[in-house]
Every structure is written in structure tokens, then in C-alpha cells.
Design a protein around this ligand. Structure first.
Ligand code: AHG
Ligand code: MN
Ligand code: MN
Length: 342
């Protein structure tokens, strides 16, 4: 059997051989992976560990928090605050940024996370995950402010997620393609199981919450209707549909076998640009998808080019197989064109 490569070894090689990551970033990613391992263990214990069910609190988005949302958030903070590689953190579960306490050395990186993605699936034993994004603190700024986090996704220096499903798999990019690491529970370490992940440019599988169809904008309706028309319609082929309701699981399927994922703006709450959050959901997932040869837009522009103005900013998301995302984006741009005057 060929020799297995651990996450540690992969990161050391990225640092030493390929020069892609400085040692501080390598340490940071090792710590995030260690936190993901702890979260995986808590998830696996389920009812036996008393981790299922709802906590009696709401987060900044007004969502009722699950016990695991809070546990995962605490695990990530406790693991990362003392190592000296971070300046501050931001999370779906915290209103403001979390500064590294004064008693610890300050590093130059900023870590953002969705500690537990797919909260509605926790109690029903369906795949959930942790999503993370790493930015560098701007050089000139003394101290750290929320403003330091307001960087477009294109500025990320690392991004990834860990999906807790039948296997726990950590998926990572440091800008050199996408690699996947499976948690070996006996050894207690993540092992490289796929490298140079590539999303096929075409697909026959789409993912969207169809129950919202009546609220969508015309371009999204047009795209999905054409998929539903199958062989007899303008696309000339049948499509299949999947919706896990955990972005990590839907994105993991797309990185594995292709597909398109959409959570578009809709009329239910017209002032919100969408449901998903830009900085710790759309940006890290968008970069992973691009690094695997796919595409990620908000229906009109590249997600990674969006200049954030708020930590918990929401965004419309269309990502996955390149030709399908291009098509949906094209439908939006066509609909935006002013009608020719008579
Ligand atoms: P979170 O659990 O972090 O709040 O994220 C849930 C998100 C995302 O993972 C998923 O794609 C989407 O919400 C599901 O939304 P619906 O329940 O509206 O389908
Ligand atoms: Mn989420
Ligand atoms: Mn979450």
C-alpha cells in the first residue's frame, strides 16, 4: 500500500517545499483541524454526549441556537486564542469580533467561521459541518477592528470546511488547488485522501430549496424550469435534484461529482440579499469551488470580488459546475438589460 500522507505532512510540504504558506499559517491550520476533530467527536456522541437539542438563546441573526452551535463556537475559540498566530476571530454565533486576550501573543491572521453549518440537521443525524476562512490583518493597522475584516474573498489566504457525515472529511485550499483529508479515528489524524480536486464543467444535478420557487426572481425560475422540462425542454437532457439543507454537504457533493448549488435572493425578505452569509459561508466555499475549476457568483458578479461592508452580510449564492453557473449568471444579466425602446 502506498504511504499515507497526514495533514501535518501536507502542510509542512506546502510550507517547506512549495513555499505556499508561512509557518504561522501552517500552525493556524493545524489548530483549526484539531478543533474540527473535537467537534467531530462531539457530533458523533450525539445524545450520549448530551449535545443534541436547542439552547435557550438566539444568535445575532435572530436564529435560535442549537447546543452544538454554541459548543462548536467555544471549541474553535479555545483552540485558537492562545497559539499566537491570530489577531482576532469572527463567527456566525458572535455579534462582534473576538479579540485575542491580552495575555496571549497577537498574530497577523484573522479567522472567520461558521462553527456549525446545517443546524437544522443536527438532531436528525444528517451531515453537518464547520466552515472557515482565513484573512491577513492589513499591515498598517495598529490593534484590530472590525474594519480589518472587510476584505473581499479574493484576499483569503486559506479556506475550508470539515463535513461530519459517514466520514469526517476536512477540505482545504491555500490557493494551490483543493485537497481532502479523511479523519482516521484510530490514529486520531487527518489523512490526505484526494488531491487536485476538479469539478466537471457540466452537470445534470441541481440543488436548490424548491419550496421557495414562488418567491424567486425570473432568471432563477427560468433556469430551474428548464431543468425540470428535462429531455423535452430546451436543455435536451434530464436533471436530477438534491437538497441536503447543509451547505457543507451540498458543496461536498459538488466537489466530488459536480452539480450546481443555489440559494438565491427571494421576495420573502426583499431587503436581504439572500440567506447565506458572505464572509464565513459564501467566500470560503466560493474559493474552494474556484480552486477546483468551478465558478461562484451572486447571480451577477463573482462572489470573491464583493467588497464586504458588514461582518454578517448576506449574499445570493450560485456555485458549482462552471457551464451551469455561467448560464444562470447569463440569465440574470439578460434580464437586467433594459427592454429595447419601440
Ligand atoms: P446554518 O445552519 O449555519 O445557519 O446554515 C444553514 C444554511 C445552509 O447550510 C443551508 O444550505 C441552508 O441554510 C438551508 O436553508 P433552508 O432550510 O432554507 O433550506
Ligand atoms: Mn451555515
Ligand atoms: Mn451555522
Amino acid at each position: 500500500m502506498s504511504k499515507r500522507v497526514s495533514l501535518t505532512q501536507y502542510l509542512v510540504e506546502q510550507q517547506r517545499v512549495d513555499g505556499h504558506i508561512p509557518s504561522q499559517l501552517r500552525l493556524l491550520l493545524e489548530v483549526v483541524a484539531r478543533a474540527c476533530k473535537s467537534i467531530a467527536l462531539a457530533v458523533n456522541k450525539g445524545d450520549l454526549g448530551g449535545v443534541l437539542g436547542t439552547a435557550s438563546s438566539e444568535n445575532v441573526q435572530g436564529e435560535v441556537q442549537k447546543k452544538l452551535d454554541i459548543i462548536a463556537n467555544e471549541v474553535l475559540i479555545e483552540a485558537n486564542e492562545w497559539g499566537g498566530h491570530l489577531a482576532a476571530m469572527a463567527s456566525e454565533e458572535m455579534e462582534g469580533i473576538y479579540l485575542v486576550p491580552n495575555r496571549y501573543p497577537q498574530g497577523e491572521y484573522l479567522l472567520l467561521f461558521d462553527p456549525l453549518d446545517g443546524s437544522s440537521n443536527i438532531d436528525v443525524n444528517v451531515s453537518i459541518g464547520t466552515i472557515f476562512s482565513v484573512l491577513k490583518k492589513p499591515d498598517n493597522a495598529p490593534g484590530v477592528t472590525e474594519q480589518d475584516f472587510m476584505q473581499a474573498g479574493a484576499k483569503q489566504v486559506a479556506a475550508g470546511y470539515c463535513v461530519f457525515g459517514p466520514q469526517s472529511t476536512l477540505v482545504l485550499t491555500v490557493g494551490d488547488g483543493v485537497a481532502m483529508f479523511t479523519l482516521d479515528r484510530e490514529k486520531g489524524s487527518f489523512v490526505l485522501t484526494r488531491e487536485h480536486v476538479e469539478i466537471p464543467p457540466d452537470t445534470k444535478e441541481f440543488a436548490i430549496n424548491m419550496s421557495n420557487m414562488r418567491h424567486w426572481d425570473e432568471p432563477v425560475k427560468r433556469y430551474v424550469n428548464e431543468c425540470l422540462e428535462g429531455k423535452e425542454g430546451p436543455r435536451g437532457k434530464d436533471f436530477n435534484m438534491r437538497w441536503v439543507a447543509s451547505m457543507v454537504a451540498d458543496v461536498h457533493r459538488i466537489l466530488t461529482r459536480g452539480g450546481i448549488f443555489m440559494y438565491p435572493w427571494d421576495k420573502r425578505d426583499p431587503d436581504k440579499p439572500g440567506k447565506l452569509r458572505l464572509m464565513y459561508e459564501a467566500n470560503p466555499m466560493g474559493w474552494l469551488i474556484e480552486q477546483a475549476g468551478g465558478m461562484a457568483t451572486d447571480g451577477r458578479q463573482r462572489i470573491l470580488d464583493i467588497q464586504p461592508t458588514k461582518l454578517h452580510q448576506r449574499v445570493s449564492v450560485v456555485l458549482g459546475s462552471k457551464n451551469e453557473v455561467e448560464r444562470v449568471t447569463q440569465y440574470h444579466l439578460e434580464a437586467d438589460k433594459p427592454a429595447p425602446s419601440a
